[in-house]
Design a protein around this ligand. Structure first.
Ligand SMILES: Nc1ncnc2c1ncn2[C@@H]1O[C@H](COP(=O)(O)OP(=O)(O)OP(=O)(O)O)[C@@H](O)[C@H]1O
Ligand SMILES: [Mg+2]
Length: 283
């Protein structure tokens, strides 16, 4: 049984998407605006006897923020890890900007980036060393200028020579987000990006992420357990439960459509109902 279980450390997940990226000028990566940033089709992941994801299909369009919601263990992080290619799908396919990651992983991941609280930047490198290191992996043009721009944007300039392992958790999150924008991604995967931020910092980060979607036409897949935040940020949400998509729609309209007062109430119902209760509305 254990032979089928894949294990990786938080450090490995941070490096895995980047390590295989060749030095490809980011200017060469622009593509038609109508092509989805991400298309996941029939994703399935089985760990030993557990089906963590069961036939999950969805898209994230350019300029769209999609919330991936669901109770603990629903399969959100598994989905993100499969999109990044750090976990192999048991079956199913992932296309980033029309590129199949199983065939052209380096090309697909050059257009992608990722941040999560559980995958901090290497703690023995300073903030600026980390940003330069990842910028080199991505082959960023005008590296010095891009790093300085992100240090300013994420209020990290005064921490540039501080080792990442010594940063507070909110500062580490800001550093991880700065890293995630280095290559001006067309697809950004954010796994609970505001989980450790104070309310003021979280609001600033939400505003930055929204601007990234509208101004840079980045497609964003976002997980969060904060339903107020999801209503504020997401254009569309997918509710996962036990590895299946149970509901999909506009987070501001879904509660009314399903007889709940708020998104949080709907979340609690979806999390507690048996899988069949929402079967008629599964996309
Ligand atoms: N390497 C692994 N081996 C075995 N089971 C795993 C492995 N990774 C995840 N799982 C299981 O797969 C299921 C989905 O986990 P996942 O981390 O995707 O959930 P999640 O929706 O991100 O939850 P959370 O909200 O707690 O972060 C869980 O039941 C988890 O225990
Ligand atoms: Mg998770």
């Amino acid at each position: 049984m254990f032979a089928t279980v894949q294990k990786f450390t938080p450090l490995a997940i941070n490096f895995a998407p980047h390590c295989i990226i060749s030095t490809m000028p980011t200017a060469a990566l622009h593509s038609p605006a109508d092509r989805p940033a991400l298309r996941a089709a029939h994703l399935r992941k089985v760990y030993g006897g557990l089906t963590a994801l069961d036939d999950v299909s969805f898209t994230v369009n350019r300029g769209e923020i999609v919330g991936l919601l669901g109770p603990n263990g629903a399969g959100k992080t598994t989905t993100i890890n499969m999109v990044l290619g750090v976990l192999a799908a048991t079956t199913g396919s992932v296309e980033i900007d029309g590129i199949d990651i199983s065939r052209q992983r380096a090309r697909a991941l050059a257009r992608t980036n990722f941040a999560a609280v559980y995958a901090p930047l290497p703690g023995n490198l300073t903030v600026i060393e980390n940003l330069r290191f990842f910028a080199l992996l991505y082959g960023i043009e005008s590296l010095r200028g891009r790093v300085e721009e992100l240090l300013r944007q994420f209020d990290l300039a005064h921490l540039r020579h501080t080792k990442c392992g010594l940063l507070s958790s909110g500062e580490q999150t800001r550093a991880a987000l700065a890293k995630a924008l280095l290559n001006r991604p067309q697809l950004l995967l954010l796994d609970e990006p505001t989980a450790s931020l104070d309310p003021s910092a979280a609001q600033l980060i939400r505003a930055k992420i929204k601007a990234l979607a509208t101004e840079d036409q980045c497609g964003i897949l976002w997980t969060s357990h904060n339903m107020n935040e999801v209503e504020d940020v997401c254009d569309r949400v997918l509710f996962l439960s036990h590895g299946k998509v149970l509901l999909e729609g506009n987070p501001r309209a879904l509660p009314r459509e399903h007889g709940s007062a708020t998104l949080e109430d709907l979340f609690i119902r979806v999390a507690r109902e048996p899988l069949t209760a929402f079967a008629d509305v599964t996309p």
